[in-house]
Design a binder for this molecule. Structure first.
Ligand code: NAD
Ligand code: ADE
Length: 425
């Protein structure tokens, strides 16, 4: 399938020699992303993004590579950085660089390097920006107000990024329109629920090889991600406890068969903890001190603020890396607590992120979102906008077709019935 030839340009990655291995991963991802690949074939002919420069800040994975190369096939110039210090797949970054993509990302970069990479992606003065967590758009707004005037629009991939951008819009600070791609049904109900549900457990398993059956798993947050994680853990035979701050979400969790309690009580019960709240200080020293010997801590929310890693470091007598992405902390008295992926997105730090098949839909939304912005950004206010429902429906239909699934169509009598109020008992 791979036959792209792009011009060689600037990049900064770990090791270009990893390109061959990265290309195999990208080829595999392409074979699991039928919707995006179908759109790629279409837009390779029509080039709807010709003349547009897109800067992206989103996990450099094999799935993201398929998106980036689709943008290029659709005519765009692209410059890319990762959106998390531990999520870049160095071999994939190398494959992109070898293909002439301006990629600035490597696994394990520090905070200064992280923002250096973002700055590099802005050098070619993008007209469109794409974020996962809003760090790129925030950089444009705070450091490059002149560039912000040239940007026509942006897209945001994740819940936490959408929250940040809605807060900026409410403050009157947003300088160009943003599409909340996260809020698409074919994104949030698939990627956040089923993607995180599976890949968070994948990360925990790769870092621990722990047995879920018979374990007590505490999931903080019963939103999209938490619901996915809770159901998958239950499916593996775990006893699942939910902690929440929202009464409706808590009730939903209870009705779906989970125990619900405050974290102060769950702390002493859990064998495995997964935070999925997008909030801070969910697991802190007051919880660590109640935990069982051997408790495993992980986070699947966007930023590394859900588990108080600094507090754990201060509280511990000693610590050591016991397995990749798994740090053992020994507290006074000998109790051991295991922190996975340094409290960063466990599915991306300790595994490969969501499976390609679910990112197929998320990234089809990103692709159609960029094309929508190119055509409609001038009609949109400087606010956070939803994409039209037709885009969701188009992606869902393409995905179903790729799975060989047909659905019923309303008859005209049925259409009339559901839009009519006169017919009753
Ligand atoms: P959501 O809004 O659907 O769910 C969050 C839930 O957490 C809500 O029900 C909320 O009431 C609850 N919550 C908030 N603060 C809490 C606290 N202190 N204690 C307990 N519960 C609390 O959001 P979502 O789409 O599930 O996303 C959650 C986080 O995961 C965000 O940071 C998002 O960006 C991130 N995310 C990660 C991945 C991934 O690949 N790991 C994928 C998608 C989203
Ligand atoms: N977010 C979660 N999983 C991902 C993946 N595989 N690629 C890019 N972003 C992701």
């Amino acid at each position: 399938m791979h036959c792209l030839v792009f011009k060689v340009t600037d990049y900064k990655i770990r090791d270009i020699k990893l390109a061959k291995q990265g290309r195999l991963k990208i080829d595999w991802a392409e074979s699991r992303m039928p919707v995006l690949m179908q759109l790629r074939r279409k837009f390779a002919k029509t080039k709807p993004l010709k003349g547009y420069r897109i800067a992206g800040c989103l996990h450099v994975t094999k799935e993201t590579a398929v998106l980036v190369e689709t943008f290029v096939e659709a005519g765009a110039e692209v410059s890319w950085s990762g959106c998390n210090p531990l999520s870049t797949q160095d071999d994939v970054a190398a494959a992109l660089a070898a293909n002439g993509i301006a990629v600035y990302a490597w696994h394990g970069l520090d905070s200064k390097e992280y923002y250096w990479c973002i700055e590099k992606t802005l050098e070619f003065k993008p007209q469109l920006t794409l974020d996962d967590g809003a760090d790129l758009i925030f950089t444009v707004h705070t450091k490059h107000p002149k560039l912000a005037k040239e940007v026509i629009g942006a897209a945001e991939e994740t819940t936490t990024g959408v929250h940040r951008l809605r807060a900026m819009a409410a403050d009157g600070k947003l300088l160009y329109p943003v599409l909340a791609v996260n809020d698409q049904q074919t994104k949030m109900e698939m990627d956040n629920v089923h993607g995180t549900g599976q890949s968070a457990l994948d990360g925990i398993l790769r870092a621990t090889n722990i047995l879920f059956a018979g374990s007590t798993v505490v999931v903080a947050g019963y939103g999209h991600c938490g619901r996915g994680v809770a159901h998958r853990a239950k499916g593996l035979g775990s006893d699942v406890i939910i902690t929440e701050i929202d009464s409706i979400a808590a009730l939903k969790a209870r009705m779906e068969g989970f125990r619900v309690m405050p974290m102060k009580d769950a702390a002493s019960e859990g064998d495995i903890f997964v935070t999925t709240t997008g909030c801070r200080d969910v697991l802190t020293t007051k919880h660590f001190s109640k935990m069982k010997d051997g408790a495993v801590l992980s986070n699947a929310g966007h930023f590394n603020v859900e588990v108080d890693v600094e507090g754990l470091e201060k509280m511990a007598k000693s610590h050591r890396v016991i397995r990749p992405n798994n740090r053992e902390f020994t507290l006074s008295g000998g109790k051991r607590i295991y922190l996975l992926g340094e409290g960063r997105l466990v599915n991306l730090a300790a595994a490969e992120g969501h499976p390609s098949s679910v990112m197929d839909m998320s990234f089809a939304n990103q692709l159609l979102g960029m094309i929508y912005l190119k055509d409609h950004a001038h009609e949109l206010s400087n606010d956070v906008h939803l994409l039209p429902r037709e885009i969701d429906e188009r992606i869902a239909s393409l995905k179903l077709a790729s799975m060989g699934i047909e659905i019923d169509k309303l008859t005209s009598a049925q259409k009339h019935y559901i839009s009519d109020y006169a017919e009753g008992t």
